[in-house]
Design a protein around this ligand. Structure first.
Ligand SMILES: Nc1ncnc2c1ncn2[C@@H]1O[C@H](COP(=O)(O)OP(=O)(O)OP(=O)(O)O)[C@@H](O)[C@H]1O
Length: 349
């Protein structure tokens, strides 16, 4: 019956990866005794957007095996990498960029990080927006200062389960940074390589807006898994977003998807929906996966000023749900990308 159980599991495909769970090495354990099957599925990310569907598919395939009356499905997760890790201990570096400033890039980056961490991933957040660092404020830690550990490496700060580093925690508050390209390059290098990030599944990098030195420096010096573009839906933002996409393509960084922020607004008093900036405009960016449409929501702004990401402070709001969806869709895209180049038969993990 054990063979029949494994054969049944071999008929279940991961809906995103389009390969069966057995050859993907995702079945950690499958046993049967007294008509009860115990199956442990090791997902490719704890933020798997399709966990419910996988559970349902496993359940129906296993219950079709003669003699099995009950099935208990449990889950674990191990984030995979396609090749070498980006940095020692860091599996994926994900850039969050935008063409235009003020479109909500940092808000999206912070909420992606918080959502992935809440789902159980080990997450770092690097604020590479050195001219306008806002991550520390959005995490409620702008007053803290970064210290060095015994190995003289920068020790990332921690908030809401996220390890993070921001220029705001290094320089005196309120002071402007007047840096040229080479200095920026070395600051970014230090943030990446002279910091004790530890083991991370995802290191999210909040880039400055536009297509400048920091972006170039990052894409040229480490193996980046991919980039996410945040835009609002109106044409002036889309024109700049298209430039940012072009820059990533030229630097051979895969663009994993687009987030349409401030996509629409639901008036809290009337419940009427307003497409203030032209909801759906991001489709004009042509063919890139849309990771989510995040509404304009006063709570998102208030939560970020209060230092608690909306996905944690108001998880049931439409904006938080959309941001959670963005984080999970992104994690799914990363898994697809990591497994795309792997051989047909993977070892069981
Ligand atoms: N969906 C949203 N609803 C309401 N307010 C939002 C939303 N997204 C972002 N904001 C607010 O808009 C402002 C700008 O957001 P944010 O700093 O994230 O943008 P940015 O693109 O990173 O800006 P910069 O160009 O300075 O890096 C912030 O006050 C933020 O709280």
């Amino acid at each position: 019956m054990r063979d029949a159980l494994w054969a049944a599991l071999k008929t279940v495909n991961d809906p995103e990866l389009h390969r069966d769970l057995v050859s993907l090495g995702m079945i950690e354990r499958a046993e049967v005794g007294g008509g009860v099957a115990q199956v442990k599925v090791n997902l490719t990310t704890p933020a798997c957007p399709l966990k419910g569907q996988i559970e349902g598919d496993v359940r129906s395939a296993v219950l079709a095996v003669p003699g099995i009356k009950e099935v208990v499905v449990t889950f674990g997760a191990m984030v995979r990498t396609g090749g070498q890790p980006a940095l020692p201990g860091v599996k994926h570096v994900l850039l969050v960029g935008s063409g235009k400033g003020g479109v909500g890039k940092s808000s999206v980056a912070v909420n992606i990080a918080a959502s992935l961490a809440r789902d159980g991933a080990r997450v770092g957040l690097l604020d590479a927006d050195v001219y306008g660092p806002s991550v520390a404020h959005m995490l409620g830690r702008s007053a803290e200062r970064v210290t060095a550990n015994a190995e003289r490496k920068m020790q990332p700060l921690e908030a809401h389960g996220i390890r993070f580093l921001s220029m705001a925690n290094l320089s005196p508050a309120g002071q402007a940074l007047v840096w040229r390209g080479p200095m920026l390059h070395s600051a970014i290098q230090q943030f990446l390589k002279d910091a004790a990030w530890g083991d991370l599944d995802y290191l999210i990098v909040d880039l400055p807006p536009g297509t400048g030195d920091v972006q170039l420096s990052l894409t040229q010096t480490i193996q980046v898994t991919g980039a996410v573009i945040v835009t609002t839906p109106q044409d002036v933002a889309l024109i700049d977003a298209a430039r940012a996409i072009d820059m990533f393509r030229k630097a051979s960084v895969p663009v994993l998807g687009v987030v349409e922020n401030m996509s629409y607004f639901v008036a809290p008093d009337t419940g009427l929906t307003y497409d203030l900036f032209g909801r759906g405009g991001s489709q004009k960016l042509g063919g890139l996966p849309l990771l989510g449409e995040v509404p304009l929501d006063m709570e998102v702004r208030k939560d970020s000023d209060a230092g608690e990401p909306a996905v944690l402070a108001h998880p049931d709001s439409a904006a938080a749900q959309a941001l959670t969806g963005v984080a999970r869709a992104l994690a799914g895209r990363v898994s697809v990308q990591a497994l795309a180049d792997l051989p047909d038969q993977l070892p069981v993990v």
